[in-house]
Design a protein around this ligand. Structure first.
Ligand code: DC
Length: 208
């Protein structure tokens, strides 16, 4: 079974998807981490973030891999590096290139094909796994999303985080359409456990 969890940054996808995967005993795939790792490598190698063809080539040559919670590219553990604000601010520029998306989507389908999985991203229910058994689109109001980000990025002011999120939403808009058959859940007033419970109910209903 594939559970697709999409939605904007700060809506709670990662925590919810990870917790749900543990609860169900499913594998967890964070597709945002793949775009982040490619961005990190491109910056390191001085590849222009405007050059879709070069970035697509880089993505093909240097696949992102996962070991438990750790993220690797080119055998380098980039788990912490890819969560830094310098990546937050430019990752959308990398993710918007079709050449990059093609490589990533192929790899995401492959990683998702090994059995039960919870896959989180922006286009999982629409493009990567349009036949996913359960599709969820998480949303939350802008102030709450900035507040949650603050917990992960304490060094940045809430106002600056809110602006970064808004800019990222604008840049990610092309990838951020909910699938027509996705269940939208507004997480603004819900705890992680409540969101996970709701999705688990959808999974159980689907299994039945
Ligand atoms: O979920 P995240 O913040 O870690 O994602 C990082 C960026 O990657 C985000 O700005 C949009 C992009 N992304 C995407 O375009 N498609 C996905 N399936 C996942 C992430």
């Amino acid at each position: 079974m594939i559970v697709a969890i999409d939605g904007p940054a700060g809506a709670g996808k990662s925590t919810v998807a990870r917790t749900l995967a543990t609860r169900l005993g499913f594998r967890y795939l964070d597709t945002g981490a793949m775009y982040r790792a490619l961005t990190q490598l491109a910056l390191e190698k001085g590849v222009s973030l405007e050059d879709g063809a070069a970035l697509g080539d880089l993505a093909r040559r240097e696949p992102v891999s996962f070991e438990g919670d750790r993220v690797f590219i080119r055998d380098e553990d980039v788990t912490e590096a890819i969560r830094l604000p310098r990546i937050d601010r430019v990752v959308s520029s990398v993710a918007r290139h079709l050449e990059v998306r093609e490589v990533m989507r192929e790899r995401q389908r492959e990683l998702g094909s090994y059995g039960d999985a919870v896959i989180e991203g922006r286009d999982i229910g629409t493009v990567v796994c349009p036949d996913a058994d359960v599709k969820v689109y998480l949303v939350a109001d802008a102030a709450e999303r900035a507040r949650r980000r603050k917990a992960d990025r304490p060094e940045i002011g809430e106002q600056a985080l809110a602006t970064d999120l808004r800019l990222r939403d604008e840049r990610d808009a092309a990838q951020m359409q909910p699938a027509p058959d996705a269940q939208e859940i507004d997480t603004t007033e819900l705890s992680i456990e409540q969101v996970v419970d709701r999705i688990e109910q959808l999974v159980l209903a689907r299994s039945a």
